[in-house]
Write a protein that binds this ligand. Structure first.
Ligand code: GRF
Length: 196
């Protein structure tokens, strides 16, 4: 049985879907939900499901990423996860940290990578006049939003859509895609998941 730690920064709706899916014949179980903000709403939700939680506030480190990541690493080693899932974790991790988890760290990004790496993906897709948009689960490498793709889900862009409309439609697909990818990845299968 694989052990999975999930890193969050906010409400944790993706984290919740991952935890809820890791039951029965799933090849993995959650061992920790860790946030860089002690007030992250997802911590309360995870604790309510009986998952161990922790918070390491990045702010006292005043931009000293190495020191923040050393604290993160120490707490993760206590939980000894086999797999790390970034789920709405909004801190950019440095190459030394990422390389330490090479091939074992996943992230969900709200665009059809390699399009729209970084932020504001929904507004950028609308500005570009795209008719299709979506989300991607990828392995994390030192190249921001650039690692091998493990799954993608597509949604239509409707006329009159606002960035919020698109974000809500994409988030629904994120909640289906990430659990499907993790279930396959934890079983050792890197064949990309395509939705719908
Ligand atoms: C999601 O849209 C995810 O793709 C992005 O941040 C959002 C987090 O949502 N990285 P939640 O915290 O999982 O609800």
């Amino acid at each position: 049985m694989k052990r999975v730690a999930i890193l969050i920064s906010g409400g944790g709706s993706n984290m919740l879907r991952l935890v809820e899916d890791m039951t029965g014949d799933h090849p993995a179980r959650p061992c920790l939900v860790l946030a860089n903000d002690p007030d992250a709403g997802g911590l309360v939700k995870a604790a309510a499901l009986g998952v161990p939680t922790a918070a390491i506030d990045h702010r006292p480190y005043k931009g000293d990423r190495a020191a923040f990541e050393a604290a993160l690493q120490a707490r993760l080693e206590e939980a000894a996860p086999d797999i790390l899932c970034l789920a709405g974790f909004m801190r950019v991790l440095t190459a030394p940290f990422v390389n330490g988890w090479k091939g074992r760290m996943l992230n969900i990004h709200p665009s059809l990578l390699p399009k729209y790496r970084g932020l504001h993906t929904h507004a950028r897709a609308l500005e570009a006049g795209d008719t299709e948009h979506g989300c991607t689960v990828h392995e994390v490498t030192a190249e921001l939003d650039g690692g091998p793709i493990l799954g993608q889900a597509r949604v239509p862009v409707n006329s009159g859509d606002t960035p919020d409309d698109l974000a809500a439609r994409v988030l629904q697909m994120e909640h289906r895609l990430y659990p499907a990818v993790l279930r396959r990845f934890a079983a050792g299968d890197r064949t990309p998941v395509q939705m719908p």
